[in-house]
Design a protein around this ligand. Sequence first.
Ligand code: VGL
Ligand code: ZN
Length: 201
Amino acid sequence: MQDATHALLVIDVQNDFCPGGALAVPEGDAIVPGINALMDDFATVILTQDWHPADHLSFASQHRGRAPMELTQMPYGPQVLWPDHCVQGTHGAEFHPGLRVSRAELILRKGFRRKIDSYSAFFENDKTTPTGLEGYLRTRGITALTLVGLATDFCVNFSAVDAARLGFDVTVRQDLCRAIDFDGSLAAAQDGMVQAGVTLA
Ligand code: VGL
Ligand code: ZN
């Protein structure tokens, strides 16, 4: 059992990121039993939920002539154009039905502003708009985080790097994550996490 200062942060274990979903991560559902078991080691479990409006600007469908997985420029920098996914209120946005959602003390939604994507659980992709998670953790006295979930190279990666930069003690359980791994993104993410001081376990 971890002590009360160490929380489990479960990133985006949602239907659209699992096989059959709109932005399926290979074997995305395979991590659910292991995450459920790991929850027993933590007093505090936090879930994040990617939660986009139907016209979110990270969707290729909002950009005439553009296809999913192409890169575009947003005011805040480069942005991958995704297939429509995790639209608010849809089945795809729901958590995987096997996930022990009842263990969550906080469910943090992100990506709900049309014009800014939010990979990280801490800051939107402009790197300045906070989600409020940092304040929640600090006011609860949480100083260490273990991260699991989807996808290793996007939302887990950005969340882990931001958490480490904010001074949290961060471990990513790679066996309980799965990656999109598009265009070398997994290797780049692993390098970036290590450089930020994240422990890859
Ligand atoms: C994610 C791409 C777009 C993720 C979310 O959860 O890693 N990736 N939205
Ligand atoms: Zn998304």
